[in-house]
Design a protein around this ligand. Structure first.
Ligand code: EPZ
Length: 428
């Protein structure tokens, strides 16, 4: 198994270019199943999750050509050959569930292995299924055999109110509704930029979607969709990660290809801590040089609130800021797995249910830690950059799922990080 070896690195300086968004490209890749012709996806990040989705689409019947020299994917699906997503791939990535809506819309039947939970929570798909049922699908859960099935002779537009603004459910139901007969009104939906990017791609394919980015989306069903090409939005969580990298190391970084509008809560919180953030023609400049940062509180919420994916990363910063900070996680029920790892490095954190209280400014020392999820892995790297000594971060496949050229980008800013292959000790 590989690890990252991170050494205390001092303030980071330089510039970094943000890659295409993982959480935008995955639903857009799934949406290509909705038409026969070849779609082109531009600014595709080179990530393990994208590789898994490429293989998933191939198993379903898509012809997928990867042109990573130009960060492009070419995907066309003449016929849907397989109506069941293979468990081996579904178990690798929760976002696999996003192929359900397109397969159901295009063929009238789909089987999905029930996605396992993961480190950050149970992550059910009940809201996805509720949406498909509202559109006229018959849902059968074969729990004993670990899969769920949706069948519909025809999907008919409907009014659907989501119990929670789930990102995946909003995307899946939207993809099912675009070929339904009549009008669908989706309420209390997710408003994330990735929803808007998916709706823009679907509309380029000939769908008729209004309201993406607000809490109500209206969809007029159409008979068929055709190929489109689309440039994926930049990754707002990668943007936030490098913003915090500048802050935690008290450095100064120019972040290019960022969309300031997509990271407003992160900008606001960094400014509250005393970090200077400037939106310039060349990009976002995050400057924490010689800054005496102050503690602040964060509470994660669906967009446009503070993003849950930035919670562990921002907590890493707060462990280095004198004073008491509070972090409340409202989106996932178990997203404090990184706290124990931060404590191993000397952080003083007390958690109670969904609240963590950080008494920042304590000396941090390097040790061996694990990445408990994609974003927590990034958080551990950031603390490793400022902790005394060196830090070994294992389970780094999480990080490589979601950050393109992670090491290269950090090394170019002066970070001392290297990837080491851990020799698996023979168990005597
Ligand atoms: C998306 O996951 C993102 N993944 C996650 O990013 C992100 O953390 C999450 O949205 C919240 O912003 C992708 O876009 C690929 P949800 P998703 O459905 O769609 C509950 C990362 O690091 N829920 O909005 O799975 C669920 O249990 C990943 O890039 C139901 O109860 O998130 C959770 O508590 C991590 N029933 C909450 O809603 C459902 O049917 C939010 O989940 C669906 C969700």
């Amino acid at each position: 198994m590989a690890k990252f070896l991170v050494k205390q690195s001092g303030p980071l300086h330089g510039e970094v270019y943000i890659s295409g968004s993982k959480n935008a490209v995955l639903p857009i890749m799934a949406a290509t199943l909705l038409c026969e012709e070849q779609c082109v996806i531009i600014d595709t990040p080179r990530l393990r999750d994208v590789d898994v989705m490429c293989n998933m689409l191939r198993r379903i019947g898509a012809d997928v050509v990867e042109d990573y020299d130009n960060n492009k994917l070419y995907i066309g699906t003449k016929t849907i050959a397989e109506h069941e997503a293979p468990y081996a791939l579904v178990s690798k990535m929760r976002a696999s569930v996003l192929v359900m809506g397109p397969i159901l819309a295009r063929t009238g039947r789909v089987r999905m292995p029930l996605p396992g939970g993961c480190a950050i929570g149970a992550r059910p798909v009940d809201l996805h299924l509720k949406g498909f049922a509202a559109l006229g699908a018959r849902i059968t859960e074969h729990r004993e055999r670990g899969y769920v099935e949706a069948v519909a002779d025809k999907l008919v537009g409907s009014n659907i109110y989501l119990d929670f603004p789930s990102v995946g459910a909003t995307e899946n139901i939207m993809m099912a509704a675009v070929l339904a007969e009549g009008t669908t009104i989706l309420e209390n939906v997710a408003e994330e930029p990735e929803i808007v990017d998916l709706a823009n791609f679907l509309n380029k394919m000939g769908a008729r979607i209004k309201g993406a980015g607000t809490d109500t989306i209206k969809i007029e069903g159409v008979k068929r969709l055709s190929a489109a090409s689309h440039t994926v939005i930049p990754d707002r969580i990668e943007t936030g990660t490098f913003m915090v990298a500048a802050a935690i190391t008290r450095g100064k970084i120019l972040i290019k290809n960022a969309v300031p509008d997509h990271v407003k809560p992160v900008i606001a919180k960094l400014r509250e801590c005393g970090v200077t953030v400037s939106d310039t023609f060349d990009g976002l400049i995050v400057d924490a040089e010689n800054a005496d940062l102050v503690a602040t509180d964060i509470k994660t919420l669906p967009y446009p609130g503070f993003p849950t994916d930035m919670q562990s990363i921002f907590m890493a910063l707060l462990t280095t800021v004198k004073g008491e900070s509070q972090v409340i996680e409202t989106v996932f029920e178990n997203r404090f797995m990184h706290v124990a790892e931060l404590e191993r490095m000397g952080a003083d954190i007390v958690t109670e249910d969904r609240k963590a209280v950080i008494r920042g400014g304590k000396p941090l020392h390097g040790t061996s830690v694990i990445a408990t999820d994609l974003r927590a892995g990034a958080a551990m790297i950031l603390v490793g950059l400022v902790a005394e000594g060196s830090t070994e971060v294992s389970e780094i496949y999480h990080i490589e799922r979601g950050y393109e050229r992670f090491i290269d980008k950090f090394e170019s800013l002066g970070a001392k990080i290297e990837r080491i292959e851990e020799k698996v000790k023979e168990i005597q």
